[in-house]
Ligand binder design. Structure first.
Ligand SMILES: [Zn+2]
Length: 85
């Protein structure tokens, strides 16, 4: 998933979302990239993503589809997702 800076929109890819990510500074401008509230919302989003990935893999058994990639953004308490294919 990606953290997006509210100030300068820099995106940082993270492989795992942990509490250490809370208040992580933006590499470009130093602003905090993830509030505690956003962390909680992102945690829920990650669970949703693992279900979606599993469904994507299941669908791949029947159709020759590649693994679904989900681009998850958490910003101002809102989660937005884009399916990348
Ligand atoms: Zn920034």
């Amino acid at each position: 998933m990606w953290l997006v800076c509210d100030e300068c929109h820099t995106e940082v890819m993270i492989s795992r979302l942990t509490r250490n990510c809370i208040e992580a500074p933006c590499p470009a401008c130093g602003a905090s990239m993830l509030s505690e509230d956003d962390y909680k919302i992102a945690k829920k989003a990650m669970r949703w993503n693992s279900v979606a990935n599993w469904l994507g893999k299941l669908a791949g058994l029947f159709r020759q589809v590649e693994t679904v990639q989900i681009h998850t953004h958490v910003k101002d308490g809102q989660v937005s997702r884009r399916i990348l294919s």
